[in-house]
Design a protein around this ligand. Structure first.
Ligand code: AQP
Length: 335
């Protein structure tokens, strides 16, 4: 039976990229009637420094964003990673399965240490993909909805599952599939069409936050970097225009239209007209989400209760899988 697992780091406020590449699709998967498990991966977040008070706030706010985006904690399992100890335990076991050479090929580590002294990064940041493999395989999940940027990590998860199965002569771990779908699998920065929109980008103007108000959203789109040409009438014409393509992709993903449909109605338009239309569309989709987030955040104890309940349901699936893994590896289990 198919089972979906995915997560988001509570490492800052969530962005339009997280919404279109992840949250919106998490709700759609749940509505397809597939078993869905969604996790706020706080153990991943601390691979870079997190102020403890802020981390708590960001975790609750991310939980509110899930719920406001349509993830129903009664139908999906929604919890924060550190409340289910199996994630950290299985990650250690996978640290002993994964090879150094595999980690060395991970582009996210290279991106996150670019221009910095990598020697000064946490060991956790380097081992991040091994923890992510544990997140997925701890539930024997088969489908992993992610944005384009996480594809390499899901492939590594497949390699770890296959090596474990091979080394221990078992078929215990299923080989999960990345599910990368839709026109916004890679939302780009509003300031630089070659970089992805990211919650940790130092420039707030590079991203739309789910908590931005209507004026801020309009201003950020107005100031978004573009070229001087009008929009083409066919997708082909966006080929060498990263910034224009990004705005059209965002429009398509928010409106539920294809890129061709968007260009049929907006082709020939200059950005002076297209940007306000895009801002209006974004506000109409995001305003109800940020309002619902604010409502939920007024009762943090209720959010914590939802996460605790989700963690109990998650642990009920995870604990037997972890126990079996330890047994397969030859660990004595006698208490
Ligand atoms: N720009 C994006 N476009 C489409 N999808 C995106 N995702 C992130 N950015 C984009 C998807 O959101 C999910 C959660 O990602 P994450 O929070 O675990 O970490 P990330 O991919 O590293 O995202 P950020 O926003 O860039 O966080 P920081 O800045 O903390 O590293 C994933 O499914 C991801 O694909």
């Amino acid at each position: 039976t198919p089972r979906v697992f995915s997560g988001i780091q509570p490492s800052g406020g969530l962005t339009l990229g997280n919404y279109l590449g992840a949250l919106k699709r998490f709700a759609e998967k749940q509505d397809e009637g597939i078993e869905t498990i969604y996790c706020l991966v706080d153990l991943h977040a601390i691979t870079v420094w997190q102020d403890p008070e802020k981390l708590r706030h960001q975790t609750r706010e991310a939980a509110a964003a899930f719920i406001a985006s349509g993830v129903d904690p009664a139908r999906s399992i929604l919890f924060n990673q550190s409340q289910v100890s199996g994630h950290a335990e299985l990650a250690w076991l996978f640290n002993c399965v994964a090879r150094l050479g595999w980690m060395n090929r991970m582009t996210q580590f290279k991106d996150k240490t670019a221009g910095k002294n990598a020697e000064n990064s946490s060991l956790g940041l380097y081992a991040y993909p091994s923890l992510m493999a544990a997140d997925i395989l701890l539930y024997h999940a088969t489908q992993v909805p992610v944005g384009e940027d996480q594809k390499q990590h899901v492939e590594l998860t497949r390699d770890i599952a296959a090596k474990f199965n091979h080394d221990y002569k078992t078929d215990f771990f299923p080989i999960p599939e990345p599910a990368i779908e839709g026109s916004a699998t890679r939302v780009m920065s509003l300031r630089d069409g070659t970089r992805k929109m990211s919650k940790s980008d130092p420039s707030d103007m590079s991203r739309i936050n789910l908590t931005d108000d209507a004026d801020t959203i309009a201003q950020k789109f107005r100031k978004a970097r573009t070229d001087p040409e009008p929009l083409p009438s066919e997708a082909e014409g966006l080929k060498d225009r990263a910034e224009a393509r990004n705005l059209v992709n965002i429009y398509a993903a928010l409106s539920g239209e294809s890129v061709d449909q968007v260009l049929r109605s907006h082709g020939g338009q200059g950005f002076g007209a297209f940007k306000p239309a895009l801002a209006d569309l974004a506000v109409s989709k995001l305003a109800p989400i940020s309002a619902e987030m604010a409502r939920l955040m007024a009762d943090p104890a209720e959010i914590d209760r939802i996460l605790g309940q989700g963690a109990e349901r998650a642990d009920a699936i995870a604990a037997p899988i972890l126990a079996q893994t330890l047994d397969i590896m030859g660990m004595i289990r006698s208490r």
